[in-house]
Design a protein around this ligand. Structure first.
Ligand code: SAM
Ligand code: SF4
Length: 342
């Protein structure tokens, strides 16, 4: 753990008394897949001219580190489709374990769909990444292709195997989808047990317009948990990340089961995170439109203006999201998870 701590006036504490220690960065809104619950098939992406440069991402991230952030997750879109992502990982990796006035990271991590992971696993490890999250909604090739619209599960499994061989711990993220993969959740947990991976199940969230009504696919994880408890010896695990997940462990194993259930259980009270988009916008909550333009602040006023914009953002961080899944209802936000960084 890092021992560095910023001066009290620089510390990141929001208006509700929550300390912000976790920054998620969407390094690109682009993706090589089109998961049905995440994106529309004809998704439009930001023009490249609007994106933060790698250097700007690093400067903003380093400012957050100096002000007390100890964990950064790189996400997207698909982070590994950004050409210079390896350079960013290496630069931020230098802060892992650092102590001193400029702060340091306890953890740098990534969420990826793993289609390109086989090519990057060694780079991630060399830069100081120890654990990654991989999205895998089905082990069945046809179901996987249907959910992602064209993905090849063999490529993803190859990426996961490379990550494991390189020494990365892998947590599988699986969005529970009625009529698509709900019956595969038990087998997925069994596979994770066999492979030594953790598993996090996620409720589909109303973020951005897609080509279907999310209500048709919504599965409350309360229902899933009851079923899994009949199949596996699950014990509660006290692990907390300041996120919406609650954890169980399969008794006699190291496999942890996380339930990310923002719809059926709200854990915003302990929220410790903010999210930076590839366009340089800081979102204080996944489920709200309110935002602060850090790119403009940095470009127009340098570090002092960046600090002031971060302070403004903290004051505006909402107490909680208001997600609802109702037939015909508009999404909670017009932007997709791929823009904010899941
Ligand atoms: N492309 C990478 C991936 O899929 O792992 C990283 C970005 S993706 C947006 C991050 C996570 O968000 C994935 O686990 C994905 O399943 C999840 N996700 C995307 N849209 C979602 C939604 N509307 N509701 C719940 N989870 C969602
Ligand atoms: Fe791409 Fe990840 Fe969204 Fe799937 S969930 S479309 S892999 S960003």
């Amino acid at each position: 753990m890092t021992t560095a701590s910023p001066s009290p006036d620089r510390r990141l504490v929001d208006a509700h008394g929550r300390a912000i220690r976790y920054l998620r960065i969407s390094v690109t809104d682009r993706c090589d897949l089109r998961c049905r619950y995440c994106m529309a098939e004809q998704m439009t992406f930001l023009p490249r001219a609007k994106l933060l440069s790698l250097d700007e991402i690093a400067i903003i991230a380093e400012r957050f580190i100096a002000r007390g952030v100890t964990k950064i997750r790189l996400s997207g879109g698909e982070p590994l489709v950004r050409r210079d992502v390896g350079d960013l990982v290496r630069r931020l990796g230098r802060h892992v374990g650092a102590t001193g006035p400029d702060g340091g990271l306890d953890e740098l991590t990534m969420t990826t769909n793993a289609t390109r992971l086989a090519d990057h696993a060694e780079t991630l490890v060399a830069a100081g990444i120890r654990r990654i999250n991989v999205s895998l909604d089905s082990l069945n090739p046809a179901t996987f292709r249907y959910i992602t619209r064209h993905g090849d599960v063999a490529q993803v499994l190859d990426g996961i195997a490379s990550a494991k061989a390189a020494g990365l711990a892998v947590k599988i993220n699986m969005v529970a989808l009625a009529g698509l993969n709900e019956d595969e959740i038990g087998p997925m947990l069994a596979w994770c047990l066999e492979q030594g991976h953790d598993l996090s199940l996620i409720e589909t969230m109303p973020l951005g317009a897609i080509d279907e009504d999310r209500t048709d696919r919504f599965v409350p994880l309360t229902r899933v948990l009851e079923r899994l408890q009949g199949e596996f010896p699950l014990v509660r695990d006290s692990h907390r990340t300041g996120g919406p997940a609650r954890y169980w462990r399969v008794e006699g194993s190291t496999t942890r089961l996380g339930l990310i259930s923002p719809l059926t259980a709200n854990f915003c009270d302990g929220c410790n995170r903010v999210r930076l988009t590839t366009e340089g916008t800081l979102y204080m909550c996944l489920g709200h439109e309110d935002r602060v333009d850090l790119k403009a602040a940095l470009r127009e006023g340098g570090i002092a203006a960046l600090d002031a914009a971060i302070d403004d953002a903290l004051l505006r961080k909402p107490a909680r999201h208001d997600f609802r899944i109702d037939r015909g209802a508009a999404p909670a936000t017009s932007r997709h998870m791929s823009v904010t960084g899941g």
